[in-house]
Ligand binder design. Structure first.
Ligand code: UDP
Length: 253
């Protein structure tokens, strides 16, 4: 298989210097992979998402992905249905590994070199997460897919995205959701909900706007990495974000 590699040491493609964000951590929810099916992995959706990921990578952006698992198992829901919460959370973390392998498969078939790094060791199928190794993969121009969340129960993949984003020294964390940004209330349930183009971490935390869970937001606040919340419904969204276009909601220190 041949890969279209863009190493950090290589001369950058002509327009890289013009990009606003050169290292990006993209968080995709598991739900996104299910598309209209609500459960599981929808091939046309993964095909479209990986086209977009490849497009951004081909622009010379150093790219890490964190994928959720909500399309397969959500720990809180399973525990409400009677399961032990910790077991349910481990099932959720395993679900993220399934999704990561799907993304890897699609990306590599499109010629983009990737590595899946898991927070829970499962070396037959992926490398264990080691920060220095992840950085090395990014430097070599590989898309790094962080799977298994944080490796700990009682956390979310939003926390994993912020953690890995900070560890990778990402310029921005892009959180892709079903809605096109942050609203004063859930726009699907409240017709008076208004769009918020920009908000500070502190305000987002105190107003409980559901940008991310509080643990993830606090981590962002402490470390100052901006978060952009947007939907990937229209093509080229991530490419436009990294070029500096104002899309979605900017959550800033
Ligand atoms: N999870 C966990 N620890 C982590 C990340 C995830 O226990 O660090 C579990 C948790 O049960 C969660 C599930 O994995 O419900 C799937 O992740 P998440 O709900 O964040 O996925 P998303 O909503 O983004 O699809």
């Amino acid at each position: 298989m041949t890969f279209n590699r863009q190493r950090r040491d290589d001369p950058p493609p002509p327009d890289v210097a013009a990009l606003k964000y050169r290292r990006v951590l993209l968080k995709l929810s598991g739900e996104m992979l299910a598309g209209d099916m609500k459960y599981g992995i929808s091939p046309p959706v993964v095909d479209r998402l990986t086209d977009e990921i490849k497009q951004v990578h081909d622009m010379g952006v150093s790219l890490g992905l964190v994928i959720g698992g909500g399309n397969i198992v959500r720990g809180t829901l399973a525990s409400q249905q009677g399961m032990d919460r910790v077991n349910a959370d481990y099932m959720g973390m395993l679900a993220t590994v399934i999704n990561a392998l799907a993304l890897q498969d699609w990306l590599e078939r499109k010629g983009t070199e990737t590595r899946v790094l898991t927070a829970i060791r499962m070396e037959q199928l992926a490398e264990p997460y080691i920060r220095r190794r992840a950085l090395r993969h990014l430097d070599k121009g590989r898309v790094v897919i962080f799977a298994g969340g944080t490796g700990n129960p009682y956390f979310s993949t939003d926390s994993a995205a912020v953690l890995r984003g900070i560890e990778m020294e990402a310029d921005v964390i892009v959180k892709a959701t079903k809605v096109d940004g942050v609203y004063t209330a859930d726009p699907a349930k409240d017709a008076t909900a208004t769009f918020i183009p920009e908000i500070s971490f502190l305000d987002a935390l105190s107003r409980e706007l559901g940008v991310m869970d509080a643990a993830a937001l606090s981590l962002c606040k402490e470390n100052g990495t901006p978060v952009i919340v947007c939907s990937l419904d229209s093509p080229d969204t991530v490419a436009r974000v990294v070029r500096g276009e104002r899309i979605g909601t900017l959550v800033h220190p």
